[in-house]
Design a protein around this ligand. Structure first.
Ligand code: IPE
Ligand code: IPE
Ligand code: MG
Length: 245
């Protein structure tokens, strides 16, 4: 994994992607939705391989939302199986390439076998710092904020935290993404233009780029174009452009 973005063109350091459109991709081919999800894993491999070249150092991928439980059981099962297969097949290669793997989202309603796989992936790559791949699985932004609030309340009740000492940075430490910087660029594929409960806190000032390609068709060139679009944006964070004052 190379990291050859030059210093004068810093990449969107943290890029988050809502990988959408697998079902439509499969339907267009007369195949079951799970076929689209399977093909989507190939896109994950490709994008993980190339993102570093485009200046991305933190890549966070939305792969199963807290709302996706409402899908048919066989589709939910297929998505769970694909996460296991992906980690089992790719973990060693990712680890050797210096990738740190994290999984964010709820754990308490996942099976022990899956939790064990997630724990193993995180432990195996704990010392890596070349590239940070975070998979949002069983993840919802509201759920994450809610769990953080519960943890804060527990600490306050135990006398370990003074409510007056709670600020944005401190609250951020209670989130699943405590170790990650804020999102710079959020991409959604498949033409839909919504956030669907992804990284609500972390993307407060992210640049949003919506791409028509369905996730199985999303290419390195599509990613490069989204990064170019990001570079054309003026990020103001509520201020004014430099020189405009
Ligand atoms: C993948 O695309 C996103 C996941 C929830 C895994 P979808 O399965 O949402 O595909 P579409 O949007 O129905 O085409
Ligand atoms: C968002 O896609 C969740 C993931 C990509 C994992 P959805 O397809 O579930 O979102 P909606 O239903 O179109 O908002
Ligand atoms: Mg969808």
């Amino acid at each position: 994994m190379s990291d050859d973005a030059s210093a004068d063109t810093p990449g969107p350091r943290h890029t988050a992607i809502i990988m959408d459109g697998n079902g439509r991709w499969a339907k267009a081919r007369g195949r079951p939705r799970s076929f689209g999800h399977k093909r989507g894993v190939e896109t994950v491999r490709k994008i993980v391989e190339h993102a570093g070249d485009l200046g991305v150092r933190y890549l966070t991928l939305f792969s199963f939302s807290t709302e996706n439980w409402s899908r048919p059981a066989d589709e939910v099962g297929a998505l769970f199986e694909l996460l296991k297969l992906y980690v089992e097949a790719d973990l060693e290669g990712l680890a050797r390439r210096g990738v740190r793997v994290r999984v964010i989202g709820r754990r308490d309603n996942l099976g022990p076998d899956l939790v064990a796989i997630i724990d193993r992936a995180e432990a195996r790559t704990r010392d890596n710092d070349e590239f940070h791949l975070t998979i949002a699985f069983n993840y919802g932004g509201r759920d994450e904020i809610l769990r953080a609030c519960q943890a804060v309340a527990r600490d306050v009740a135990a006398g370990a935290l003074d409510p007056a000492a709670l600020d944005e940075a401190r609250l951020g430490e209670f989130l699943d993404t405590a170790a990650l910087p804020d999102v710079d660029l959020m991409i959604r594929t498949s033409g839909e233009q919504r956030i669907s409960n992804f990284l609500l806190w972390q993307a407060a000032y992210a640049e949003l780029v919506f791409v028509d390609a369905l996730w199985p068709d999303f290419s390195r060139d599509d990613l490069a174009r989204a990064v170019d679009t990001y570079h054309q944006r003026a990020r103001r964070y509520g201020g004014v452009d430099a020189g405009a004052a």
